[in-house]
Design a protein around this ligand. Structure first.
Ligand SMILES: Cc1cc2nc3c(=O)[nH]c(=O)nc-3n(C[C@H](O)[C@H](O)[C@H](O)COP(=O)(O)OP(=O)(O)OC[C@H]3O[C@@H](n4cnc5c(N)ncnc54)[C@H](O)[C@@H]3O)c2cc1C
Length: 446
């Protein structure tokens, strides 16, 4: 039997190419402070916020303001992938933050329009996508596409750099507060994304992170000759690959008994209706079990040859099936990771790649609104509005218990957006919005 292992060269797309604006896009506007009012305010301008704004534009709702602390579309997303040195997306060409049902220019079309700027490997991936196979999308192309979508749907004009500190829903409006502004909107969509998952408090007994410990979204010090990476996902894989490329001695601490290699981090069925149907009206415990089973850390196949070769050569030591119990300063300025088998791994620098936690809106909304159950917000399944604040809705990872694990990914945002933007447009036009029937809600939550 031949095992299919795609080549590591797929990971090496160039970054930082110049992309011309696509004809037909409108004028760019100057960003200022947030206005006092808007029909819709979108908090967070990552891929989710971008999808929401694009969909609202197609529905004729133009008085939309996006508020993001980074002040540029998908700023945090590209900051994170660039710090990891990630050159290609994990999601294929079909997954993009354009508007569902409006084929103005999808990611694949955009890449084809820029054919002359692509490498032969990238062109081959486009052909793979065209013939229905798995494809690898360059981050460079995706960034240019996001800029295109933002420009086309007036997102760059409507985006304000602003930190939102509170969202206060009322009967007929919602007020969004920042340190120096207050904006009143008829509807608010929270597209907050995910935060870095903190390490268990027990890892450092004094409650203070020891020196020599960093996180996946922080740079690794250049003078570190040895690096320990903790975690089993794609961020860990990038950190390992970077450290190996730089000639460092590397340890990999993996709680699972072996590495998991797979193309996508979510089973492909969850991007389709039949996968989402597994969440539709299903008992809460069953959804929790699905989420647990389908959000396990894994690494793109392309890393496999590199990591296996480094292990054989002795540059990489993999501690499989080992859990971290503590991290503490060691001798000669090194940092020691202690393992549950009594082992100790010293290195110049330790990087924690422990994944992310979902932003549910709890930090912004008043107590009692989010009403989390097992950490997930209480959302209306048809409109993704908070049941306790119907003028505020959520798109992104917060919607996982309604739409399944793909809600965290770029394509899931489009599906969530179609529900949210449709419901908001209906409300703004005065049409009644079909809410969940109480009996169904009970059935879904028993
Ligand atoms: C390294 C990495 C690679 C990934 N690769 C892929 C991939 O290839 N394909 C895929 O489908 N998914 C991928 N993901 C998952 C990815 O995070 C999501 O698909 C996508 O970024 C989520 O978009 P989002 O808009 O929900 O969140 P984000 O991209 O995190 O955007 C949220 C935005 O909201 C802003 N924000 C949050 N709170 C506030 C506040 N209070 N005030 C103002 N602004 C605020 C943040 O600053 C941020 O800009 C990857 C994730 C990571 C970390």
């Amino acid at each position: 039997m031949i095992t299919f292992v795609p080549g590591p060269h797929l990971l090496d797309s160039p970054r930082g190419r110049a992309w011309p604006a696509v004809p037909g896009t409108g004028p760019r506007g100057a960003a200022g402070p947030p206005p006092a009012t808007a029909r819709v305010a979108v908090v967070g301008a990552g891929p989710a916020g971008l999808a929401v704004a694009a969909a609202l534009w197609h529905l004729g709702i133009e008085d939309v303001v996006l508020l993001d602390r980074d002040g540029r579309p998908c700023g945090r997303f590209f900051e994170r992938v660039d710090i990891l040195g990630q050159r290609v997306l994990r999601s294929p060409y079909e997954h993009h933050p354009g508007a569902e049902g409006h084929r103005d220019c999808e990611l694949l079309d955009f890449a084809r329009l820029n054919w002359s700027r692509l490498t032969p490997v990238e062109r081959r991936e486009i052909r793979m996508a065209q013939s229905g196979h798995r494809s690898v999308v360059p981050v460079d192309v995706f960034e240019a596409y996001c800029a295109h979508v933002a420009h086309l749907h007036h997102v760059d004009r409507n985006l304000r750099r602003a930190e939102v500190t509170a969202v206060r829903p009322a009967e007929d409006h919602v007020t969004v507060h920042g340190p120096d502004f207050a904006l009143t909107a008829e509807h608010v969509v929270l597209c907050l994304g995910e935060e870095r998952r903190p390490a268990p408090a027990a890892w450092w007994p004094e409650g203070v992170v020891p020196p020599g410990v960093g996180h996946w979204d922080e740079p690794v010090p250049e003078d570190a000759r040895s690096v320990t990476v903790v975690g089993g996902g794609l961020s860990a894989a990038h950190l390992l690959a970077n450290a190996l490329r730089d000639g460092r001695q590397v340890h990999w601490i993996l709680r699972a008994s072996e590495e998991r290699y797979q193309c996508a981090d979510v089973n492909a069925s969850f991007f389709r209706a039949e996968g989402r149907a597994r969440f539709d009206g299903t008992a809460w415990e069953d959804r929790l079990a699905l989420m647990r089973g389908h959000r396990r850390a894994s690494v793109m196949f392309e890393f496999r040859p590199l990591l296996e070769e480094a292990e054989q050569k002795g540059q990489l030591t993999v501690h499989r099936g080992r859990a971290v119990t503590a991290i503490a300063p060691g001798r000669a300025g090194r940092t020691v990771v202690r393992l549950d088998d009594g082992g100790a791994v010293p290195a110049d620098h330790v990087v924690l790649a422990l994944g992310t936690t979902v932003s549910t809106g709890e930090r912004l909304l008043p107590p009692g609104v989010v009403a989390p159950r097992d950490g997930w917000p209480d959302l209306d399944e048809r409109t993704l509005a908070y049941r306790n604040a119907p003028r505020v809705s959520a798109v992104g990872a917060a919607a996982c218990m309604v739409l399944g694990p793909a809600a965290r990914n770029i394509d899931g945002h489009r599906v969530a957006t179609a529900r949210v933007a449709g419901a908001i447009a209906a409300r703004l036009s005065g049409a009644p919005v079909e809410a969940e029937r109480p009996a169904e809600r009970t059935a879904a939550r028993v």
